[in-house]
Design a protein around this ligand. Structure first.
Ligand code: C5P
Length: 223
């Protein structure tokens, strides 16, 4: 039988990252932060000074960039981009915007398909992203789609970034989130949308633990 996969898709700030990592830890499964792959490619492309209109160069960059994760308990995994630890650079809004821009290019997405599927290993995988349930792992046994109001998502990002020492304003974050949502849902290739067989959870006003429990309950019911 295929290696089990639980996909968690949703917009930025929906809590996917925190929830996915916690669920993976509780299940003892591997964890794929697919957004980090897109961020890593965006970062590598900026380091190399690539033209963001040159789709071929960007696709080559996606294929050739060496991206490795080192999981850490209760923390974001360390991410190595071409050998250099880039964890905190990846979390910046600049890397997020670069990721979102290159993620709209079909050849870039195609270049990352196999890299993502390689994470599917025993005992199982929790995959976090935008198209995990629709494109990358369409046969996943459990598919979750997390949402929350844009205001609440902006507030969550605000707290997260403040805690990490970044200078940001709530207004800018909200504007960024609305723009990123529009780009991610409006793009022609692999737009952000729930898979037909996904269970949607609106996390507005829910605690992290309540969401984790809801996802684990789905896993237990289907697993
Ligand atoms: O999830 P995160 O905010 O780290 O993702 C950064 C950007 O990468 C998203 O805005 C989205 O455009 C893109 N992305 C994607 N498909 C994924 C994961 C991320 O298009 N599976």
């Amino acid at each position: 039988p295929a290696v089990p996969v639980l996909t968690i898709d949703g917009p930025t700030g929906s809590g996917k990252g925190t929830i996915s990592r916690a669920v993976a830890e509780r299940l003892g499964w591997l964890f794929l932060d697919s957004g980090a792959l897109y961020r890593a490619v965006g970062l590598a492309a900026s380091w190399e000074g690539l033209d963001f209109d040159d789709q071929e160069a960007l696709a080559r960059c996606a294929l050739e960039t060496d991206i490795r994760f080192e999981d850490r308990p209760n923390d974001d995994p360390l991410v190595f981009v071409n050998g250099a630890e880039a964890g905190s650079d990846l979390r910046t809004e600049i890397a997020g915007a670069a990721a979102s821009a290159i993620a709209a290019i079909p050849a870039v997405r195609a270049a990352l398909v196999e890299k993502q599927r390689q994470f599917r290993q025993l005992p199982g995988l929790v995959a976090d992203g935008r198209d995990m349930g629709t494109v990358i792992f369409p046969d996943a046994g459990v598919k979750v789609f997390l949402t929350a109001s844009a205001e609440e998502r902006a507030e969550r990002r605000y707290k997260q970034l403040k805690q990490k020492g970044f200078e940001v304003t709530l207004d800018t974050l909200l504007r960024d989130i609305v723009a990123r949502d529009a780009r991610d849902t409006g793009r022609a290739v692999a737009p952000l949308k729930p898979a037909d067989d996904a269970v949607s959870i609106d996390t507005t006003g829910m605690s992290i633990n309540a969401v984790i429990d809801a996802v684990l309950a789905l896993a237990a019911a289907r697993g």
